[in-house]
Ligand binder design. Structure first.
Ligand code: HEC
Ligand code: HEC
Ligand code: HEC
Length: 474
């Protein structure tokens, strides 16, 4: 069920194979003396850069949790070969990127090759950022040089044992899998709103880093929608949460959502279909809630334009019979009984929940596929909707890990996966046991504090150890 495990192994094997196949060499360090431009760009350009940095969610990865200085790096990310730390990207000349020229910055953002000549770990989503327009790259650079406070925190070396720590296999990875950067051209024709949406989703938003499946070398199977239906058709599992399809499809996709509902979800972390959880909380809190309504509408319109990858999957058809039975106390299974006792207070016996407070479970995309990972995990770990500027209440669901054993969890999750017309598959105790191993109860207070501080990290696509000290550990 945890597909990520498999991918991680594949990645290790691939890197290992590359190591065996190739002679060793450390990349030459070429220090360039060119410094950031001496003239300060106008305030408008810096503000535009700040907005773009939000769209790219740079802060989530380049800040060490709630205590770290913004953009000073040091957030540890677990990868299959060891821990990688994000770097200091403040304009400090020694610790950060203060002495990087625009050309240095542009090259890193488009090709992953640093000023010092080596390729960064693909944790940095440069294959997506390579799609930025020249003008936007200039604005981003202006912001990092002049809008961010310089911080002297030195970079941490990755905890990756030799020989996997050698960076040259990453150059091979880049040759094999990363696309050749193409200078962005505004298409001459087409719906301007749709093009804007595609630009943000495929580029800065790097939605595909999580929502597109990965191939053998950990590369995203597609970076745009051109000529394929794998783009945004669902990724693997990140931190115990499965990443759903964002295509206009049934069975886990966005077919039942209107464009307005997609925009509402991105802005507030909730809508009448669902509430955000897992890594998506970070995306909403740090990045999407700060986008303009116009940009959110454009992204939503673009997502609605993506044809289904699985056109044969039938639509959800609501079945009200069961809700009525439950309401009048007719209980047909242990799962139904557990649901009535523990869940119906918030999600209601008809599974319709309370709009924008307690998400509906009937018809919920989380419960329409054969991958129950998220459904199991939210019952074990609980959840908290991210508090956002326009929807500040961080409503929570308590963790049931200590209340239900694996069998009971399986029964209640089977019940919600298969009731009210839901098309999810039944769940076994063995599946629950697997998810329990990676489950980390979501403490409401901690989540609120985290989002109040406005930053905390994510790392697609490999699992990340919880780095919040006060998260209760199992
Ligand atoms: C998903 C996590 C993630 C996101 C999002 C992210 N980065 Fe990175 N970035 C990293 C990691 C990890 C590294 C270091 C990789 C390594 O050491 O090989 C890195 C490296 C860099 C570097 C190279 C710095 C150096 O000193 O070598 C720059 C510059 C950079 N990122 C800029 C950005 C900008 C600008 C954004 C937002 C538009 C951004 N990053 C978003 C993870 C991320
Ligand atoms: C760091 C990984 C990550 C990134 C990057 C990411 N997402 Fe997500 N997303 C998730 C996870 C995990 C979920 C499942 C949890 C949930 O539904 O809230 C999710 C869920 C969603 C959902 C809800 C789907 C449903 O059926 O309930 C939408 C819509 C969404 N993401 C849109 C986006 C968009 C648009 C972007 C790019 C701007 C994006 N995501 C980037 C991890 C990510
Ligand atoms: C106190 C009210 C409350 C109770 C009781 C409760 N939940 Fe929840 N539930 C929520 C809230 C709030 C969320 C959104 C959490 C988030 O976004 O992280 C949620 C989310 C979910 C989700 C994910 C749906 C989505 O789209 O976000 C599932 C599945 C779920 N609950 C199942 C259950 C089950 C099964 C039970 C009983 C064992 C239960 N809940 C009990 C409040 C509750």
């Amino acid at each position: 069920m945890i597909k990520n495990k498999k991918m991680n192994n594949t990645f290790t094997q691939t890197v290992g194979a590359l190591l065996l196949a190739l002679a060793s060499s450390t990349p030459g360090i070429a220090w360039s003396a060119s410094a950031a431009s001496a003239t300060v760009p106008n305030a408008q350009l810096i503000r535009q850069g700040e907005y773009l940095a939000r769209a790219g969610d740079c802060i989530a990865c380049h800040t060490a949790g709630t205590k770290g200085q913004p953009f000073a790096g040091g957030l540890g990310m677990e990868t299959p070969i060891g821990k990688v730390y994000s770097t200091n990207i403040t304009p400090d000349k020694k610790a950060g990127i203060g002495d990087w020229s625009f050309a240095d910055f542009d090259k890193l953002m488009r090709t992953g090759v640093t000023k010092h000549g080596y390729t960064v770990y693909p944790a940095m989503p440069y294959p997506s950022y390579s799609r930025l327009s020249e003008a936007d790259m200039q604005a981003l650079y202006a912001y990092f040089m002049h809008g961010v406070k310089a911080d002297p925190t030195p970079n941490k070396a990755a905890d990756i044992p030799w020989p996997l720590s050698m960076r040259f296999p990453l150059t091979i990875w880049r040759w094999a899998f990363a696309p050749t950067p193409q200078p962005y051209k505004t298409p001459a024709t087409g719906d301007a709103q749709l093009l804007r949406g595609a630009y943000l989703v495929q580029g800065l938003g790097h939605c595909g880093a999580c929502h597109t499946a990965r191939g053998v070398g950990m590369q995203e199977k597609s970076l745009t929608d051109a000529g394929n239906t794998t783009f945004l058709a669902g990724g693997g599992v990140i931190d115990g949460w499965s990443v759903p399809s964002l295509r206009n499809e049934h069975g886990g996709g966005l077919a039942r959502w209107s464009a307005a509902e997609i925009a509402e979800f991105l802005k507030t972390g909730r809508n009448s279909h669902t509430a955000s959880f897992g890594a998506m909380n970070d995306v909403v809190a740090h990045s999407m809630q700060h986008m303009t309504d116009g940009d959110l509408a454009a992204m939503a319109k673009y997502l609605k334009s993506l044809p289904p990858s699985n056109p044969a999957t039938p639509a959800f058809v609501a079945d009200d019979k069961l809700g009525k039975q439950l309401f009048s106390g007719i209980v047909s299974s242990t799962g139904a009984q557990l649901y009535l006792d523990r869940c119906a207070g918030c999600h209601r016996s008809d599974g319709k929940g309370y709009d924008k407070a307690f998400p509906a479970l009937a018809g919920n995309a989380v419960l329409q596929t054969n991958d129950p990972t998220s459904a199991i995990n939210i019952v074990l770990s609980g959840g908290a909707v991210p508090a956002t500027r326009t929807a500040p209440s961080a409503l929570t669901m308590a963790p049931y890990a200590d209340i239900f054993n694996d069998e009971q969890t399986a029964q209640v999750v089977t019940f919600i996966q298969t009731s009210w017309g839901n098309r999810g598959t039944p769940v076994t105790a063995a599946q629950v046991a697997k998810v329990r191993k990676v489950s980390v109860p979501v403490a409401a207070s901690q989540t609120e504090a985290t989002f109040a501080a406005g930053r905390h990290g994510t790392f697609p696509p490999m699992a990340r150890k919880p780095h919040l000290k006060d998260a209760p550990q199992k």
